[in-house]
Design a protein around this ligand. Structure first.
Ligand SMILES: Cc1ncc(COP(=O)(O)O)c(C=O)c1O
Length: 386
């Protein structure tokens, strides 16, 4: 046991980055251009470039949730169904509901926590207009292209909820290039943050044009007061864009360190004992926004987390996610009698180990020692639920 607590996440802006943000903030406040200005344009351009999509259109938004809702509105899902994996964040479904659609919850693949062609085919309805593929934990499923083909064959639009997946790739292709469009989040814990914010990436000029209209109150153009869509105040401020730009500059470095930490966890847990890491499929290069591992059946996760924090000063990150959407009180009306066994099982049985962009080796060691210790006590059934 060491004296320091390992936190589940750490948001890192080193002094030189803070200095750069401060310079940009002064510049913005001096110019008086506080929204939809040059910093937003640069952030959009550099985000697209960092995702190897210099030709793609990037549209910055006030949040990842806004990016999702804008996309679903631009596609036109009102009165239709949107297929959503049940083990995702509330916002994925809420965006569909606010865009006027009915969310239909699908089961997922235990190997990737994502939709696969079978679970999607089972969930697709004749009234489906869109499918949302969520890259949970920053891992892109090897089935992404098959999912796109299945959607195309049914005349349904595939979009990516890439809230977790900045810089993640599959076969060298970045998140944001598998569907018709993708929504990223810059919430503080994300691999790239702007404080609050979101980004749409799309190869479609038509979707990008619509998205720009929706994000600014549905106005036909910036200076006009003619509202041609039911948009909202979904703009990103210049101050947020400047912060995001600086943090984006750290993306590759941050992913490299996260992958090193993940490699150490993988190696230490390779014995297939207490915790079983979710392996990265061949071709996939995750950003390790989350490091996911499965607990053995019958373990009381809450007690285990308490013990890790109290006895070993290791605080685990939040799960992705602990309760599937079809079991969420406010969403249960959309899932009468739904039984999605894989989503339920993985939500109940996984944990996320601490992982940060500047995690120290001693912290990794502290986590692994804590896991080894609770693994031993668990063998004496201390955490067993039955
Ligand atoms: C999977 C997923 N989708 C959407 C969102 C929403 O993003 P934001 O918090 O930026 O609105 C999140 C965010 O935290 C998320 O994890």
């Amino acid at each position: 046991m060491t004296g320091r607590t390992v936190q589940p996440a750490r948001i890192v802006f080193p002094p030189e980055d803070r200095e750069q943000v401060a310079i940009a903030v002064t510049d913005i406040l001096t110019s008086g251009i506080l929204t939809l200005g040059p910093y937003t344009e640069r952030f959009e351009h550099e985000f697209a470039t960092a995702h190897a999509s210099p030709g793609a259109h990037a549209v910055a938004t006030s949040s990842g949730t806004a990016a999702l809702e804008i996309l679903l509105r631009a596609i036109g899902v009102a009165g239709k169904d949107v297929i959503i994996p049940s083990n995702t964040f509330y916002a994925t479904a809420a965006a569909a509901i606010f865009a006027g659609a009915r969310p239909v919850f699908a089961d997922v693949d235990p190997a990737t926590f994502a939709l696969n062609p079978t679970t999607l085919a089972d969930a697709l309805t004749p009234n489906a207009a869109a499918v949302v593929l969520v890259h949970i934990g920053g891992l892109i499923t090897p089935h992404a292209d098959e999912l796109r083909r299945l959607c195309d064959s049914r005349g349904v639009v595939l979009i990516e909820d890439a809230a977790h997946a900045h810089g993640a790739t599959f076969d060298g292709r970045h998140a944001g290039s598998f569907g018709a469009a993708a929504a990223f989040s810059f919430y503080p814990t994300k691999v790239v943050t702007s404080g609050e914010g979101g980004m749409i990436l799309t190869g479609s000029k038509e979707i990008a044009d619509e998205a720009r209209i929706y994000r600014d109150q549905g106005k036909g153009s910036f200076g006009s007061n003619h509202h041609i869509r039911l948009g909202y105040a979904w703009r990103l401020s210049e101050l947020h864009a400047a912060t995001g730009l600086v943090h984006l500059g750290r993306m590759e470095q941050s992913i490299t360190r996260r992958r090193e930490v993940a490699g150490r966890y993988d190696a230490a847990l390779a014995d297939g004992g207490f915790l079983r890491p979710l392996p990265e499929p061949a071709g996939s290069r995750g950003n390790y926004y989350k490091y996911i591992a499965m607990l053995p059946p019958g373990i009381d996760r809450a007690r285990l987390k308490q013990e890790l924090a109290a006895e070993h000063q290791v605080r685990l990150a939040g799960e992705v996610y602990d309760l599937p959407l079809h079991r969420q009180p406010v969403l249960a009306q959309y899932a009468p009698g739904h039984d999605l066994p894989v989503a339920e099982e993985i939500c109940a049985r996984h944990v996320c180990l601490p992982i940060h962009s500047d995690m120290y080796d001693e912290e990794v060691q502290q986590v692994l020692a804590a896991i080894a210790s609770v693994s031993a006590t668990t063998r004496e059934t201390k955490f067993a639920t039955d």
